[in-house]
Structure formats: structure tokens, C-alpha cells
Design a protein around this ligand. Sequence first.
Ligand code: PMV
Length: 313
Amino acid sequence: MKSKASAPGKVILFGEHFVVYGVKAILCAIDKRITVSAEKTKERKISIISNIGKLELEKNTSLSEINSPLKPFYFLANKIIKNHDTGIEIIVESDIPLGVGLGSSSACCVAGAAAISRLFSNTTKEEILKLAIEAEKTIFQNTSGADCTVCTYGGIMEYDKENGFTTIESQPNFHLVIANSNIEHSTKVVVAGVKEFKEKNEIEFTTLCNNESKLVDEVLKEIKENNIKEIGNRVTQNQEYLEKIGISNDKLRDMIKIGKNGSFGAKITGAGGGGCIFALTDESNLEKTIKQFKEKNYDCFSAKIDFRGLDTF
Ligand code: PMV
């Protein structure tokens, strides 16, 4: 018997970094997916095959011995099959660029938790999310769980530290053009840089947090009204705040300039320092925006909000 599941990637639309200091963030799932299939095997090993490599280990291998981005899959498989007389083969396929802030690792954890656990029982979405967050913690200890949550349920969500997650019921029909700088970044390092900025510029940082907070509240209204042009203006305004806290660089600024030219607004998504930016468009300016990135040889693709979330089949 084979079990298959897929989960979407995500972008942070608004509020990255400021969310660490209590401001609300808005995230959405994107219609690019990770698909995981799992099958029991007679050989009692755990084997994971993906386009970034292969990992094959005996059951009950200590996690501290594993230094691979595929570690969360091993964690999930071992946790779920350890009391069963079986091995497991896991195959991972991805149409999400890896490691650039688009939620690829969370989507892996969510789809992995679903595909593996459903070989043995009818786990609910809530149980899968819990398992996925545990798995993600094997590579990123301080995860807030925000990415796994949006990858599980899909759609748009607001999140803040105090109140957790709330699904936004509206379905605005914008397109995102996501461009990849192909510059590797470490979220941990960039977050530490922002902390340093905050400590040196307490008053400015407090003002920026207050401004971001107001901006997010405005966006929540504009999302309800599907006012894409206004949401685009907020995107650009949010980028100005991100510039001030020092997470941009020349390449990202160039990409944002190109993105802004064709669309309603453009900003970094996620930690910054590298990774991706997005430009907000609708049908009228989607093709033009893509063309402008391609003319400058930037990697880009278009995405819509994914309302499916985790899918099992
Ligand atoms: O680059 P990502 O998608 O991992 O986003 C990081 C988001 C931050 O706000 C910068 C950090 C955080 O923990 O919220």
C-alpha cells in the first residue's frame, strides 16, 4: 500500500521581522507544492529519496548523528514506524524552490507527516500539524509553527505572538510574481542583525513597529474589499520599513525596482538578506511583470493563493 500527500509552500505577505516583536504578520499559502509518497518495505530501513539527495538509515539511529536537510523525514518515519515490524521508503517531489523562504521545509514536514502517518491510521489535520511542527524543530528549534500552519490549512492567515493564528476568510484574487535572488541566507543570522539594529535604534525601531502595525490593520481591511491596488501600495510601503532595518541589499533592491515597475508593489518576503521578493499583480499586469524580470535574467514564477492546503490521496 502506498500513501501520498502534498502541501503548499508559503510567502509572508506582510510583517516579517516585526512579528518577532509582537506585530501581526499576514501569510499565505502558494499554489506550488511538495508531494511525498510513503510505502512500507520488507527491509527494515528508513529510506528517503529526493531531488536533493538520498538518505538511508537503520531504525532508531540517533538524530544527533544525522546532518542532512532530510532529517525531519527520518524523524517522522522513525517516530511513526518504531513499534511496527516494517521499513519505509519515502519519495519527495518538489515544485517549490528550496531554502529561499518559500516554506519548502514546512511543506515537507506537513506532507511527510501526512503521507507516513496515514500508512498506519486516519490521522486528522490537527494531529498532522502537531507532528509536522515537531519534525521542523529537528532543524529549526525556534520555529513559531506559522509556516507549518499555513501549509496545512492553506489560504491567508494573520498571526501574532499573543493570539496565534486566525484564518482570513476573504479570497482576494491577486497573483504574485515571485523572483529568487539565488542568494543563500540564514534566517537566524538576519534576525540577529535586526535585533542589533533594534538595540542601537530603540526609538526608531518602536516607531517602525507602530507603523507596521497600522499598515497591517489597513491591509486586513483592503483584503476584505479585494482592493488589490491599495494592497500593492502597502506592499511598497512595507518594503521601505524593511529597508530601514537593514535586511535588503543591492540585488534585492534591483529586483524590487524591476518588480515595482510592472506591478502594484513589490517587497522582500521572509527573512531577506537573500531569498525571494514578490511583486503583487492581477491579470492586467502579470505578464508584463514576468517579462521584465526575465529580460534582466532573474529567476521568477507566478503563484496564486492556495486554498487547498494539505491534500492526501
Ligand atoms: O524566511 P522565512 O520564511 O523563514 O521567514 C522568517 C520570518 C522572520 O519574521 C524574519 C522570522 C520569524 O521567526 O518570524
